[in-house]
Ligand binder design. Structure first.
Ligand SMILES: C[S@@+](CC[C@H](N)C(=O)[O-])C[C@H]1O[C@@H](n2cnc3c(N)ncnc32)[C@H](O)[C@@H]1O
Length: 263
């Protein structure tokens, strides 16, 4: 494809949220409002992932134009990217061809709520970046991802506040001490009834303590913090609280009932 034809194609497929560097030297969003995004985030995450991912399978949830999918495929992984937006999926498939990574990347229209129904077998690594706060049912999504039992989860979300974590434990809290729930560092999540940053798909903004607590509660252990708002997790050894198994079972039932009623 000629240089000008490439530029025309990039424009036709835009607007782009991912600035992807193409082998031709073109970039898909060189004037991105976050700079060279998400390359700057990837540089933080990359050292925390194995350099050789040969034989590994990856699920990239909310893959967008596939920036992370391509980086992991370049390390040898077999990647499935899912997203709800056809426009982004078209971008991802187009970039896969330009990068000659179509054999090891697939892009499919699916929601995070459908991850139990992908017919793609097990995933060694799950990327769940920049999607959590766009969900009306974020804990349901985390529970469904946990039921995939990945070795590694890379999680990123918008947060608010500082990184103080309350020293109180939930087992010590009761009706008399309930005011602790509003204290700095208590795990919490702000609900956005209208829009945040002009985007009506932003529903929840957790604090750092809330992110750690929700990941723990869904059955993940945070093992590394490559950067602000980024969490690398392993599957936890054991449930962190009573009734967690029942909650995960509930998540699977909710989704299988919902899928059954669509048929
Ligand atoms: C802020 S972008 C993040 C893209 C990419 N993961 C990243 O970190 O750069 C959010 C992406 O999630 C997708 N998305 C929103 N709701 C989703 C859902 N329910 N299931 C899967 N993807 C979803 C959007 O279409 C969009 O591509």
């Amino acid at each position: 494809m000629s240089q000008s034809a490439l530029t025309t194609e990039i424009d036709r497929l835009g607007p782009w949220f991912h600035n992807i560097h193409l082998p031709s030297g073109h970039q898909t969003a060189p004037d991105h409002f976050f700079g060279d995004f998400p390359m700057t985030k990837w540089r933080q995450i990359a050292p925390f992932l194995p350099k050789d991912l040969s034989g590994k399978t990856v699920l990239d949830i909310g893959c967008n134009a596939g920036f992370y999918s391509f980086e992991l495929a370049a390390r040898g992984a077999d990647v499935l990217g899912i997203d709800m937006d056809d426009r982004y999926l078209e971008q991802a498939r187009w970039v896969a061809q330009r990068k000659q990574l179509s054999d090891c990347t697939r892009f499919k229209k699916a929601s995070v709520y459908e991850v139990g129904n992908l017919d793609a077998g097990q995933f060694d690594i799950v990327l769940f970046m920049g999607v959590f706060y766009h969900l009306r049912h974020p804990l349901l999504a985390l529970d469904l991802i946990q039921s995939l039992e990945p070795e590694l989860l890379v999680f990123q979300t918008l947060t608010h506040g500082d990184e103080v974590v309350s020293p109180f434990s939930w087992t010590e809290t009761n009706f008399q001490t309930r005011d602790r729930l509003g204290e700095r560092g208590w795990p919490s999540m702000a609900f956005i009834e209208t829009t945040f940053a002009g985007d009506p798909t932003n529903w929840w903004v957790p604090n750092h303590a809330g992110v750690e607590a929700m990941l723990r509660s869904a059955g993940f252990t945070v093992t590394a913090r490559p950067g602000h708002e980024i969490y690398v997790c392993n599957a936890a050894e054991a449930a962190s609280r009573p009734y967690l198994d029942e909650a995960h079972q509930d998540a699977r039932s909710i989704m299988s009932n919902a899928q059954g009623s669509q048929r």
